[in-house]
Design a protein around this ligand. Structure first.
Ligand SMILES: [Zn+2]
Ligand SMILES: [Zn+2]
Length: 135
């Protein structure tokens, strides 16, 4: 048991007391999240756990894993993550944190473009002035 009082706290090399292992990617998640009061998802894989009824209260009995399914832009311009609980289906919006993996965020943001629900080759016909010139 670590009882020494000289352990460095914020910003130190040691993991913070609230650090935990991500249930999805199994990497260590620091307890503190820069830019937000409540760490609510893994900064590496962006998965979350359904533990809150209201943000930060840890009062939900669900404890399902929450998949990151999208990115939204908040009213203040910040990005938020949309999480969907795999157990109960709840969708929740969570602020991103300063240490979230930018690549993971970007790949989530462009995911709809990689799977359009309509044929992309039809698009030019919808844009005025771009009709194909047929011989
Ligand atoms: Zn993770
Ligand atoms: Zn749930």
């Amino acid at each position: 048991m670590r009882t020494r009082s000289d352990m460095r706290g914020r910003g130190g090399a040691l993991p913070s007391p609230n650090a935990f292992l991500c249930g999805h990617c199994s990497r260590t998640v620091p307890g503190e999240a820069p830019g937000t009061q409540h760490r609510n998802h893994c900064p590496h894989c962006l998965w979350s756990l359904h533990v809150d009824l209201r943000t930060g209260d840890r009062r939900s009995g669900c404890h399902g894993r929450m998949e990151p399914v999208g990115v939204a832009v908040r009213y203040d311009g910040d990005w938020a993550l949309l999480h969907r609980c795999q157990s109960c289906g709840l969708i929740r919006m969570n602020r991103i944190a300063g240490d979230d993996n930018p690549l993971a965020l970007l790949s989530l943001a462009v995911r709809p473009l990689s799977k359009p629900p309509f044929p992309m080759d039809q698009l030019p016909r919808l844009i005025p002035g771009t009709e194909e010139v047929r011989p």
